[in-house]
Design a protein around this ligand. Structure first.
Ligand code: S3P
Length: 424
């Protein structure tokens, strides 16, 4: 029996401010940066959930000591007792592959069934150019074996706008003998580049090639801002209900995370954003979203990378909008925790809407309503959470089978949604 959770549609517009849990992308980075740093780091506001716990457990196996907010790196990464289990977390696996490329030892990275079906071959050429020997299984998936050490500088270009692959390369390149460069299509979240630039280890020429200078990451203090990919569930819920409003202070406003806000605005929601500060060169701020009537939208190009984790929510909004919503250039969705072209369209159909998968995205028919129904999360946290948001203005309840999939990024999201929905 799968665990299930049922959410009832919301009665009246809500108005509230919500502190969003720590950003997952930045939490993985803080933990892994700190594990190879020059001295102890302080990390506050780490993301809840199993994914970041996977990164913490992994660096502990490599010799890092974490007590409270303090992470003490080993002098050099230590050989773990066996394969490192990255759980469901692709970010843990890919970022560690980069960090471990600088270590003179052989390490194996593995994960759960979903993670063991995701593409890892994309790491082999960029890390290989630096001299790291990375091998995957015959179909390009984990377990990954990394024989690191003896890295040289290299110039590489990758053909996906993947922040994870870029970060893996950059974490290896800082441990190489000479300078390196990387370029990729745009739209990626450039958290790593900004942090490395603050530490004097990277520079990027006008969004083009990023140059990496070898050196140690210094001991540092990381205050993790709220996760815009989590806030997106609340923004979407407010957008669905005319007159509802949600305000989220202290979230990451990295340009590579803002695609969804642009889409929301394009669909007709009222979106306000204000930068209130930066953390190691990476902007944070307050976002408020107010619901208005929604129109269908077309999403393509660099916006796709900047909204990649929010595209299941775009489908939900599209179902409630007027007109058709089309997402293209998004074949990367097939490489996520599930094939999200399949799981997103299945979710909309399970709720009584019309959605078709295409090769590189999907189309959703905006009928202005969804009857509600039962959605199988398929083990994917973002499908479980998007289905929960669909309950906002559904005609009937929404039941999520396998609701605890949300535990990898936001274990308390259902309670938060219900609290938000009852605030006036
Ligand atoms: C992430 C980058 C994105 C995103 C993932 C987190 C990161 O993946 O989908 O949830 O923290 O760098 P890709 O880099 O594979 O596009």
């Amino acid at each position: 029996m799968q665990d299930a959770r049922t959410l009832e549609p919301v009665g009246a517009p809500f108005h509230t401010g919500v502190r969003i849990p720590g950003d997952k992308s930045l939490s993985h980075r803080a933990v892994i940066f700190a594990a190879i740093a020059d001295g102890p780091s302080e990390i506050t506001g780490l993301a809840p959930g199993r994914d970041v716990a996977s990164s913490m457990a992994a660096v502990a196996e490599l010799g890092a000591g974490m007590s409270g907010t303090r992470l003490v790196p080993p002098e050099r990464l230590q050989r773990p007792p066996g394969p490192i289990d990255c759980g469901n977390s692709g970010t843990t696996m890919r970022l560690l592959a980069g960090a471990l490329s600088g270590a003179s030892m052989t390490t194996t990275l593995t994960g759960d069934e979903s993670l063991r079906s995701r593409p890892m071959r994309r790491l082999v050429a960029p890390l290989g150019a630096l001299g790291s020997r990375v091998t995957t299984g015959p179909d390009g998936t984990a377990p990954l074996v990394i024989e690191g050490g003896g890295l040289i500088g290299a110039d590489v270009a990758i053909d996906v706008a993947s922040a994870q692959v870029r970060t893996a390369f950059e974490l290896a390149a800082i441990q190489a003998e000479g300078p390196s460069t990387i370029r990729s299509p745009r739209g990626y979240r450039d958290h790593t580049e900004r942090w490395l630039e603050t530490f004097g280890l990277a520079s990027t020429e006008e969004g083009e090639r990023t140059r990496i200078t070898p050196g140690r990451i210094p001991a540092a203090a990381y205050t993790i801002p709220g996760d815009p990919s989590s806030a997106a569930y609340l923004w979407a819920s407010a957008a669905l209900l005319e007159g509802a409003e949600v305000v989220t202070p202290g979230v990451s406003l990295n340009p590579g995370r803002l695609g969804f806000l642009g889409i929301l605005e394009g669909m007709g929601a009222d979106v306000d954003g204000e930068v209130t500060g930066t953390i190691h060169g990476d902007p944070i701020g307050t976002v408020s979203v107010t619901g208005r009537s929604l129109q269908g939208v077309e999403v393509s190009g660099a916006t796709v990378a900047a909204a990649i984790d929010e595209l299941p929510l775009v489908a939900v909004l599209g179902a409630y909008a007027e007109g058709v919503t089309i997402v293209r250039d998004a074949a990367e969705l097939r490489a996520k925790e599930t094939d999200r072209i399949v799981s997103t369209t299945a979710m909309i159909r399970a709720l009584g809407g019309g959605a078709e998968a295409t090769e590189d995205g999907f189309a959703v028919v905006g009928t202005g309503f969804l009857p509600g129904g039962t959605v199988d999360a398929m083990g994917d946290h973002r499908i479980a959470m998007a289905a929960a948001v669909a309950a906002t203005t559904a005609d009937g309840p929404v039941t999520i089978l396998g609701a605890s999939a949300a535990d990898v990024s936001w274990p308390s999201i259902y309670d938060t949604l219900e609290a938000v929905w009852s605030s006036r």
